[in-house]
Ligand binder design. Sequence first.
Ligand SMILES: O=C(O)CCC(=O)C(=O)O
Ligand SMILES: [Fe+2]
Length: 526
Amino acid sequence: ELFTSLAHMERALFAEREISSRIKEYVREEKQRLDALSRLADELETHSSKALENVDFYLGNPVNAYLFVKRFTVDWERHIEDILKWKPNEEFHEKVNKLKEYLPTYEDLNGAVAALLRLQDTYKLETEKIAAGDIAGIKTSELSAVDCFEVGRVAYNDEDYYHTTAWMIEAMSRLENEKNKTVNKSEIIDFLAFSVYQQGNVRHALDLTNELLTLVPGHDRALNNKEYYLKMISEKEEKMGETATMGEAATMGEPAADEPLKNEKGRDEYKSTDEFIMYERLCRGEHTHDYKDQHKLVCRYKTNNDPLLLINPAKEEEIYLDPYLVAYHNVISDYELAVIKSIATPKLGRATVHNAKTGKLEFAHYRVSKSAWLRPDDDIVVERVNRRISAVTKLEMDTAEDLQIANYGIGGHYEPHFDFARKEESNAFKGLNTGNRIATWLSYMSDVEAGGATVFPYIGVKIFPKRGMAAFWYNLYKNGDGIYDTRHAACPVLVGTKWVSNKWIHERGQEFKRPCGLLADGLKKD
Ligand SMILES: O=C(O)CCC(=O)C(=O)O
Ligand SMILES: [Fe+2]
């Protein structure tokens, strides 16, 4: 009796000890979870308060924009969701889920990567430099191996094997230097092998697949692919005949392993036209044309004997003589710009701009019309600006078309076009009843940190935006013919945001200001 009872007691003591250690284990796990949550909260707080200090600066950078979107898609799914799910608290989850509505999605991730890759192409940015946090000399966050890997993966899903290869190679090289590896080497090789195969480099794909198999010996897909690649190579060798040696035959007609083929898929024919090539060169700020009249260009104070300009002359800089193209510096004040920006409301329009929410390029212009929502003072400011434009250009201001305001985000651009209607589009401005667009006044309402130039590919002119500056040119000769050399485009914004407004001036009403002529001339205003 005593003996059994003692045995019971002893078992009870063991149980007591076990309960204690279970509790301790539970508390340790809870602490870990709370530590992780608290680290996460700190991280989100640090990040958001730093970004909120200067939102335009922060989100105006394509790398920051990508990293921001990535943290709420890929990172969230990989690391954050688990921490939050662990021991759920319903009220907490309900609140977090509500806020998630405002967070970026995978669609945004695709958009951010697409913008980054488009900018990489237009501005010829090296993958290595972007990853090292250098965008055309502007310092940004560095990318980790997994950051590069995710860029490559988005490109891969888009069947863009050229960029997949470049970014996976960069991920590999970043991985070598990482103390805490952010991604598995085998995952990178897996994508890389397939993308170099898609680019036509079977031998390189085979080498990579062998490397993958040394890392993950039983990898099913790699084993299958290896067999397939070997078969392709031996078929090719047979075709090459007996004259070539084995090694040569296998690589003949293929690029060297370190020289991936450029994938042409998705690049429409337009992109290889002279015009597009010139457009991109000008966007990069390259010199494309020698201008024979360069020495004739002057800068001058312009008053046109108009009282408004006598007290405050326009600072005119000639850019081109035929077609006549000039810039006016500090011609619109910061206050006026602020008012014009504030009255811009989004409406469907006609330019390709970057939608920050979807990350896509879409048609959207901001249109200002003289309607009820204009505050009385705003109206006066718009009138005042129009009055100044009229004084400077010596043209009548018309209200046939509303002031068009465009806000381009990262990657936002507008491909080459004419502002006037061509003969075959005789109906273009019919409804307006004011004729064709005789001239364009383009106001720059913001500085742009990098990119975003207005370029004229036929004459080799590039104008880099400056806040308060305006560009002015005639679209039509005096006889009404269109001036085709005015074809122009807005380059993608590389860093920053770009605000412009277009004031189109029409033919009607200019009868005394700029009389018609019989000839295709009359480019000079005086
Ligand atoms: O934004 C620019 O630089 C040019 C815009 C333009 O050409 C237009 O809106 O018609
Ligand atoms: Fe235009």
